[in-house]
Design a protein around this ligand. Structure first.
Ligand SMILES: NC(=O)c1ccc[n+]([C@@H]2O[C@H](COP(=O)([O-])OP(=O)(O)OC[C@H]3O[C@@H](n4cnc5c(N)ncnc54)[C@H](OP(=O)(O)O)[C@@H]3O)[C@@H](O)[C@H]2O)c1
Length: 324
């Protein structure tokens, strides 16, 4: 099968296209023939930065990057009862760990998958995995956001953010989203009640009494976010979760809970997302789609930090149906 291996961190030239044998599956796994893969900032960070590559994979080399998949089951392990050959499935494979999604076939623990709704394309499904799971697990499982809460989503136009806005609105929150002016209409179209252009407005000068902040940026964006949160409120910061002591002190002074979070593979959460996707309550915005042979271009696009919605890579299927 076609696959892309990485032997050392570096430029996109290090993404080596090769041929590998089909993966063998364990009793609890299914073999999935991929139609689409989505690309995340973590893919780019691990490819470009040896420290991140070591953090994720230890000293295992070469590695196969990628975690976000949508495709068709071609084989099932003996213990698998939820899925059968021919089922269309999507999910995030073995995160935090070795997902091996940059390939034509991937072995996936069945409990990390959901059936793909028939109403959405494989591209839209692959998009709604790591980024959507992050938004769901942070807002719903961790923060337990509720009706009427004021929620600030940084980078509301990005992969995590565009799902987070929709999920927070679904739970009845009042949502404020940040992005540049170029993505203002997009963020409002997702359901945000207010938009703040981070390039021209200092959000802390126009916002207060926020219950929850999803910080996707860290650095000074995180520092400045602390002041807008009401006492007892919470910030979950996802880029690294490593906090400066000064931010921890400031959060304590303001009685703000400052936490990190790392997304985890979960078929249970994938099924909840699938239900929202099927009903059209949650939508993937796929802004760019690249062919598998152009993985380097997909990485370069994500690396700009300007992704609108999600960027996906496709295998065997040329069309992007239902993109909005
Ligand atoms: N801990 C975890 O489990 C976890 C999970 C997922 C992601 N992450 C991390 O979370 C971060 C975000 O991921 P993502 O996939 O959402 O990234 P992304 O899709 O690459 O985000 C791109 C978006 O960020 C916006 N943006 C850039 N700078 C901004 C700023 N200063 N203020 C507001 N918006 C800004 C851009 O909008 P404009 O083009 O309008 O500027 C763009 O739409 C990454 O660091 C990623 O590694 C962590």
């Amino acid at each position: 099968m076609k696959a892309i291996i990485l032997t050392a961190a570096g430029s996109t030239a290090n993404l080596n296209h090769t041929e590998l044998p089909l993966p063998s599956i364990k009793e609890n796994e299914v073999l999935v023939k991929l139609t689409a893969i989505s690309i995340n900032p973590i893919d780019v960070k691990a490819r470009a930065n040896e420290g991140v590559l070591n953090w994720v994979f230890g000293d295992e080399r070469p590695v196969i990057l990628g975690w976000d998949i949508s495709g068709e089951v071609t084989e099932t392990g003996g213990q698998v009862s939820d899925f059968k050959i021919g089922d269309e499935v999507f999910g995030m494979v073995n995160f935090f760990g070795h997902g091996k999604a940059y390939a034509e076939y991937v072995a996936v623990p069945a409990d990390q998958l959901s059936l793909k709704p028939g109403t959405i394309s494989h591209q839209e499904a692959a998009a709604a995995t790591l980024a959507a799971l992050t938004a769901w697990q942070v807002l719903v499982n961790q923060a337990r956001i509720s009706k009427g809460q004021r929620v600030l989503i940084h980078a509301a136009s990005g992969g995590v953010g565009h799902y987070a806005v929709q999920i927070a609105k679904h739970f009845g929150a009042f949502v404020i989203g940040t992005s540049s002016a170029a993505n203002r209409d997009f963020v409002l179209s997702l359901g945000a009640d207010e938009h703040i252009d981070y390039t021209s407005v200092r959000f802390e000068e126009v916002l207060s009494e926020v219950d929850f902040v999803l910080d996707t940026i860290e650095g000074e964006t995180l520092t400045r976010s602390i002041a807008v949160v009401k006492p007892g409120g919470t910030i979950i910061s996802i880029p690294t979760g490593n906090f400066d002591q000064s931010d921890l002190d400031k959060a304590k002074d303001h009685q703000v809970n400052l936490l990190g979070y790392l997304v985890q593979s979960s078929g249970t959460d994938m099924k909840l997302l699938a239900d929202l996707l099927e009903k059209g309550i949650l939508k993937s915005h796929v802004s760019q789609s690249f062919d598998f042979k152009d993985m380097d271009k997909a990485h370069q696009a994500v690396e700009t930090g300007k992704t609108k919605g999600k960027i996906v890579v496709t295998l065997n299927t040329p069309s992007l149906s239902g993109d909005n």
